[in-house]
Design a protein around this ligand. Structure first.
Ligand SMILES: Nc1ncnc2c1ncn2[C@@H]1O[C@H](COP(=O)(O)OP(=O)(O)OP(=O)(O)O)[C@@H](O)[C@H]1O
Length: 496
């Protein structure tokens, strides 16, 4: 246990490097430690106690008093210790108001993880001030802040703007979904439809929406069109795990072999996918787009059904995201796989398991796992989840051999892949893998070219961030989905 928060000599060096980036080179080092704490608190998962085991005082390391981190003992106005204690209690799933040492231990793990994450995020020469704005306060910097959140007032403005671009339209109805307000308009003339479709960027411009896109689709009754207008992030409704869990308990989900729910549709209805039908899924999005959160919703979905829980292979090169799942009894290899070497080995093991299962199918004269199980084969489905496929392919390019074999042939034997990357590029999603992984989730990306790598179509560059996504399931039409947000407590409850 620790009374103070200690960091290792290596972490102290990383901290010094971070301090030297950007404009203000005189930042105090506890300021960076506070920023590290904030960064760590953005990750849904609690820091792994093994990776961030208690550090003892040693030469070259550094020691922080919690006064420098949380203002402990500085008097009412500046002491945020109980706020942090509350936050960390949620992460740990236990009461940190009872034990000072456990609280400091936990605080230390977060600071150390935050330093590791910022150090990895911040490329050399980057500006720490810009990083703070983009990463820590991204929600407050959206350019759509000036849009009115009141749907009636906004509806009136939209009608006026439509008039300005020469579209005669009457507002029929409006509906507030989690992040977009859906307006149904009746058009006066048939030609108004073309003018409306050509004018979407003018509408966004007139409403001050920045890059956030306005989408137009045809309504279900004659002459009606639907306009989806994004609201400012302060007027979003967070989609919580309970909503996704309700969707996963529905009749539609019960009929699926591997139901997953990553969020809701534009209208706020849970959006369900059957991973068994996918049969493999690629998830791409820039850093901070909500990719890890999306993986957590997939994991929690898979853990929801006690009876049909698949076996899981978790590959996490950053050793950050999947730490909380390592005690699950259904993990292949008994833990999460971290090193590139072990990842290659684990994927080759999965190919072997696939070949063995093909023999089982032959013995049972079955075409697929469902038929074999109906005849008593008793095979559990297997889902392999790989976070940061890009990093893995860069360090161990040979992993593409087992990955492609699995993508081509594993479906019938009930083995499914979920591959995620923050760098959706041709090199991280090579052709043979692309053609055999037909289901895709695109979170926000920086460029239209990255959107095309994921979806074979543009659009993800205009998403709203923080879990906003476009989903293309098994080559079908693209659907807009607002991702769910799970808390550390949801993960703890699911793993128990
Ligand atoms: N569906 C969501 N609703 C609300 N906030 C979300 C949602 N998804 C993610 N966020 C928030 O967005 C931030 C980034 O999320 P997350 O860590 O999942 O992104 P990421 O793409 O994995 O980033 P990185 O690659 O840096 O780990 C977090 O603060 C998280 O709380």
């Amino acid at each position: 246990m620790v009374a103070r928060v200690r960091i290792t000599p290596k972490e102290k060096d990383q901290l010094s490097r971070i301090m030297k980036e950007g404009w203000n080179r005189d930042l105090e080092w506890w300021t960076i430690a506070r920023i590290a704490l904030t960064r760590s608190l953005q990750i849904a998962e609690a820091p792994d106690p093994e990776t961030y085991a208690t550090v003892s005082a040693r030469p070259g390391g550094a020691e922080l008093h919690s006064q420098q981190l949380t203002g402990e003992g500085k008097g009412e106005q500046e002491d945020f210790t109980d706020l942090y204690r509350g936050l960390l209690s949620i992460y740990e799933g236990r009461d940190l108001f009872q034990d000072e040492d456990v609280f400091h231990d936990c605080l230390q793990r977060h600071v150390r993880r935050g330093i590791a994450v910022i150090s990895a995020d911040l490329s050399s020469g980057a500006d720490i001030n810009r990083y703070i704005v983009d990463e820590l306060f991204a929600e407050r910097t959206g350019s759509s802040e000036s849009v009115e959140s009141d749907s009636v007032a906004l509806g009136e403005r939209v009608t006026k703007v439509l008039g300005q671009i020469g579209v005669g339209a009457k507002l029929v109805s409006s509906f507030e979904g989690p992040r977009l307000t859906r307006y149904t308009f009746e058009l006066g003339l048939l030609d108004d439809l073309d003018r409306l479709r050509r004018g979407t960027s003018k509408i966004a411009f007139a409403l001050g929406l920045g890059d956030a896109a306005v989408s137009v689709s045809l309504g279900s009754s004659a002459r009606t069109v639907i306009l989806d207008i994004p609201r400012p992030s302060s007027a979003w409704r967070t989609v919580g795990w309970s909503e996704l869990a309700a969707g996963l308990s529905s009749q539609a989900a019960v009929a699926m072999s591997l139901p997953i729910c990553v969020g809701t549709d534009v209208m706020g209805e849970p959006f369900l996918l059957d991973l068994a039908e996918a049969p493999h899924l690629f998830v791409g999005g820039t850093t901070g787009s909500g990719k890890s959160m999306c993986l957590h919703t997939i994991m929690l979905s898979l853990l929801m059904r006690q009876e049909h829980r698949p076996e899981l292979l978790l590959i996490d090169p950053k050793a950050v995201e999947f730490a909380g799942y390592r005690d699950l009894p259904n993990l292949i290899g008994g833990g999460t796989v971290v090193s590139p070497e072990a990842s290659l080995h684990a994927l080759e093991g999965l190919v072997e398991a696939m070949d063995n299962r093909r023999d089982v199918l032959e013995r049972f004269k079955a075409r697929d796992i469902a038929e074999a199980n109906a005849n008593g084969a008793g095979l559990r489905r297997i889902v392999a989840v790989i976070d940061e496929l890009g990093d893995l392919l860069m360090t161990r390019p040979e992993v593409d051999v087992p990955l492609i074999r699995l993508a081509q042939k594993a479906r019938s034997v009930g083995i499914h892949l979920v591959l995620a990357t923050q760098r959706p590029e041709a090199a991280t999603f090579p052709g043979m893998l692309r053609s055999n992984v037909p289901s895709r989730i695109a979170l926000t990306v920086q460029k239209a070219s990255e959107s095309r790598i994921i979806l074979d179509d543009g659009g993800a560059e205009d998403l709203l961030g923080k879990g906003d996504m476009l989903v293309k399931f098994a080559g079908k039409q693209i659907v807009r989905v607002h991702g769910g947000r799970v808390t550390p407590a949801d993960i703890i409850a699911a793993v128990r």
